[in-house]
Ligand binder design. Structure first.
Ligand SMILES: Cc1cc2nc3c(=O)[nH]c(=O)nc-3n(C[C@H](O)[C@H](O)[C@H](O)COP(=O)(O)OP(=O)(O)OC[C@H]3O[C@@H](n4cnc5c(N)ncnc54)[C@H](O)[C@@H]3O)c2cc1C
Length: 261
């Protein structure tokens, strides 16, 4: 079974600031990590491989330093890694990112059975790239997956909902986005850490992926960030007093009056 896990390198989120001029993240000097939900996607792939064998390829699109995230994934047990990187891919929105990652999937020599993503990235936070890739690649997508087992024709997937979970049977190839309830990523082994340091990680850019250049990077992105700002904080606070039950009633009345409820 061939599993691809898409991982994004993200800034350690509580240390990040936004450049007010460019509306971009200030990444300089900020430590980077593998997007936490992508660790769950990787562990799901590792557990499937433990049971059924196969190969796990991790793919990341980003600047050259995203290679570090790929090496970390190799040290946890992924078999191969590919970095999608080219200055022309820079500034991609979720649509252009999904298009570009799909080109890499199409370039893989072995047919892909399962493509795993994290539920969402903790910086961009859109949760759009997984479904975007599934659309461009032409495979069914199940979001919020917490468990996945192999069936005769494909996979049986548990999808978290507000009230429990749905069970879906899906034929392969398929794509899933994985939630944190699924698992915790295993520790890397020393042997794999050493191998990961030396692993060859191919870099695929415009030359290798041959994209339609009107669909990549900042210029090929249909959405643009005009402004990033924190909503103004209004400090019209009011402290209620009295018996708890009366305060609750009064609070509900006030919230309804303000159309919050
Ligand atoms: C300040 C700011 C403003 C932004 N504004 C916009 C905007 O207006 N319009 C817009 O479309 N996008 C916007 N983005 C999103 C940005 O372009 C994305 O970072 C990028 O396209 C990925 O989307 P995401 O981070 O939301 O990932 P998500 O869709 O939340 O990620 C879901 C999963 O997809 C996979 N994935 C995501 N990115 C990659 C990657 N690079 N390589 C490999 N796997 C990946 C991972 O498995 C991840 O868990 C903005 C980002 C920031 C930080």
């Amino acid at each position: 079974m061939n599993i691809v896990v898409c991982i994004k390198q993200v800034p350690d989120s509580d240390k990040v600031t936004i450049d007010r001029e460019t509306n971009r993240l200030n990444r300089a000097g900020v430590p980077s990590i593998i997007n936490p939900f992508d660790e769950n996607a990787l562990e799901m792939a590792l557990q499937l491989k433990d049971k059924h064998g196969g190969k796990i390829t991790v793919i990341s699109m980003g600047p050259p330093q995203a290679e570090e995230a790929l090496r970390t994934a190799l040290s946890h047990g992924a078999d191969e890694a590919i970095l999608i990187s080219d200055r022309k891919f820079g500034g991609a929105d979720t649509w252009a990112t999904s298009y570009t990652i799909t080109l890499a999937l199409k370039k893989l020599t072995d047919p892909v059975d399962l493509i795993l993503f994290g539920k969402q990235a903790i910086d961009g936070d859109t949760a759009q790239v997984g479904p975007g890739v599934a659309h461009f690649y032409g495979v069914p997508m199940i979001t919020y997956a917490k468990a996945c087992e192999v069936t005769d024709k494909g996979f049986r997937v548990q999808q978290v909902t507000d009230h429990g979970y749905n069970v879906w049977d899906v034929e392969k190839p398929a794509a899933l986005t994985v939630v944190k309830e699924a698992n915790s990523l295993r520790m890397p082994s020393l042997k794999k850490k050493m191998a990961a340091k030396k692993a060859e990680i191919p870099v695929w850019g415009v030359e290798q992926l041959q994209p339609d250049e009107t669909k990549i990077g900042l210029n090929g992105s249909p959405t643009k960030v005009n402004k990033v700002f924190a909503p103004p904080v209004k400090l019209n606070k009011e402290i209620l007093s009295g018996e708890p039950a009366d305060m609750v009633k009064e609070l509900i009345f006030k919230l309804r009056e303000k159309k919050v409820l």
